[in-house]
Design a protein around this ligand. Structure first.
Ligand code: SAH
Length: 227
């Protein structure tokens, strides 16, 4: 899978994609991330990507021409499954959406800034709008990073133990069970005996029961949704 991210702060994202699992996914050839500086597509000498809003409203608005030039240049090279805009009023991002996007070949993610982007970009160039939560960030970079991370980690082979992505919270609409590692006892705080028993079937049963109990207590809304 290939993800192209359009941003005015490439340096915010470069470090993120060069670390940990996302960098391993690239080395394994399972994912490619390309970060594009929107200013490179500006028309003028000052590399201006924002302007005053019509109507005299407060704040600045991201201009349409650089965004259109950048998206058009990418589309000339390949076909994209979705052109995503990160926006607080978009569809709420969740695990089923991450799973679905992980099956795509090529994605563009546009990071907004300022008061927002010229509405015509949303009407004519964007195919999907995603919010990462009911709060307002200063820019779309954190949202683009969160979306890319959640999408890429469910691609088979990205996480070495595939089972481990499938048993994460929200897959099957269940929160994950607690996990522990050595030492078995620390300051008198003990790991549940069942996990040390070596009894595989009973451990699986414990894991499911813990997941159910935690979901019922913390997120009963998930149990009402169909996976
Ligand atoms: N005026 C806009 C908010 C602009 S915030 C409004 O009221 O809806 C600037 C940019 O940050 C947005 O264009 C968007 O790209 C990004 N952003 C902010 N909050 C976000 C969120 N919760 N999810 C995804 N992107 C977000």
């Amino acid at each position: 899978m290939r993800i192209d991210i359009i941003t005015i702060f490439p340096e915010m994202l470069e470090g993120f994609f060069n670390c940990s699992i996302l960098s391993r996914a690239q080395k394994k050839g399972l994912a490619e991330f390309h970060i594009h500086n929107l200013r490179d597509y500006a028309y003028d000498h000052y590399r201006k990507v924002d302007d005053y809003p019509f109507g005299g409203f407060a704040g600045m608005v991201m201009k349409i021409e650089p965004v259109d030039r950048c998206i058009s240049a990418l589309k000339e090279e390949r076909t994209y499954d979705e052109v995503i805009f990160t926006s607080p009023d978009g569809e709420q991002f969740n695990q089923p959406m991450a799973n679905e996007l992980s099956l795509k070949e090529n994605l563009i993610i546009l990071c907004g800034h300022f008061k927002g982007i010229d509405w015509r970009i949303r009407e004519h160039l964007i195919t999907k709008e995603i919010s990462i939560g009911d709060y307002v960030l200063t820019g779309g970079e954190l949202a683009a990073a969160a979306i890319s991370d959640a999408v890429v980690r469910v691609i088979p082979g990205v996480i070495s133990d595939e089972q481990s992505a499938l048993s994460d919270s929200f897959q099957d609409n269940l929160l994950a069970a607690p996990v522990y590692t050595r030492p078995a006892e620390y300051k008198g705080w003990r790991v549940p005996d069942i996990l040390l028993s070596g009894h595989e079937a009973k451990i699986k049963e414990w894991e499911l029961q813990q997941s159910m109990e935690r979901t019922m207590r913390l997120r009963p809304d998930l149990l009402k949704e169909q996976p």
